[in-house]
Design a protein around this ligand. Structure first.
Ligand SMILES: CC(C)(COP(=O)(O)OP(=O)(O)OC[C@H]1O[C@@H](n2cnc3c(N)ncnc32)[C@H](O)[C@@H]1OP(=O)(O)O)[C@@H](O)C(=O)NCCC(=O)NCCS
Length: 178
């Protein structure tokens, strides 16, 4: 079941979730641009600009990894609204870590739509019970967003990430299936 889900695309009324491993080159390059955009990368754990080669190697590796899924969310006009991921998928623990970023070039709040899709895939398709998110301290917009979506603060990992020559705490949040 999981292998099937890990390689699938998912269809919704107003959006499609396309697995990175099923995307064409143009879409993958657009995603690389979004991921390297400072408005996104400043909130990611790694500062570094990702090269095209690294990006395509990463996608190639995804074909062989069964504990993670990365999806581009497209609207019906085929615009990329953002990216979601479930990683460290643990069927024993029924848990996974999520990732989320919206396309900063689209002037709309698509976070809730993306989160709805994460919850559907995590809770309904994969039948997980717990979703974790890790957020840099100071990313207040994301923290407010997670709170609005029902996530609770779980623990703080002090000085976990070295960014811009500073050690930054990571706030780990948890959402449990009702
Ligand atoms: C975090 C992210 C996914 C949120 O998506 P979004 O579409 O911008 O989210 P929303 O607008 O729905 O929610 C965020 C804001 O709306 C507010 N909001 C929207 N609807 C709300 C509601 N019904 N009740 C309370 N607050 C609400 C949130 O509090 C927050 O507002 P503020 O920053 O103006 O105070 C997006 O901003 C993003 O991609 N950020 C960069 C990458 C990132 O930080 N990812 C998370 C890494 S941990």
């Amino acid at each position: 079941m999981l292998k099937y889900a890990i390689q699938s695309n998912f269809s919704f009324d107003n959006a499609n979730a396309i697995n990175f491993i099923n995307l064409g080159k143009d879409d993958l390059l657009e995603i690389l641009n979004i991921r390297n955009d400072i408005r996104i990368s400043k909130w990611m754990f790694s500062n570094k600009e990702i090269t095209q080669q690294e990006h395509f190697e990463f996608i190639k590796m995804l074909n062989m990894q069964t504990d993670r899924i990365y999806l581009a969310i497209k609207n019906k006009n085929q615009e990329i609204l953002g990216v979601i991921s479930l990683t460290n998928i643990n069927l024993g623990e029924k848990s996974a870590y999520i990732g989320i970023y919206t396309n900063p070039n689209i002037n709309a709040q698509n976070g809730s739509l993306l989160m709805q899709i994460i919850k559907h895939i995590g809770f309904k398709q994969m039948r997980l019970k717990k979703l974790f998110a890790q957020c840099l301290k100071g990313n207040n917009k994301a923290l407010r967003f997670y709170a609005k979506e029902g996530f609770k603060e779980w623990r703080i990992i002090p000085n976990y990430i070295n960014k811009y020559d500073k050690f930054i705490d990571v706030i780990e949040l948890i959402l449990t299936k009702e």
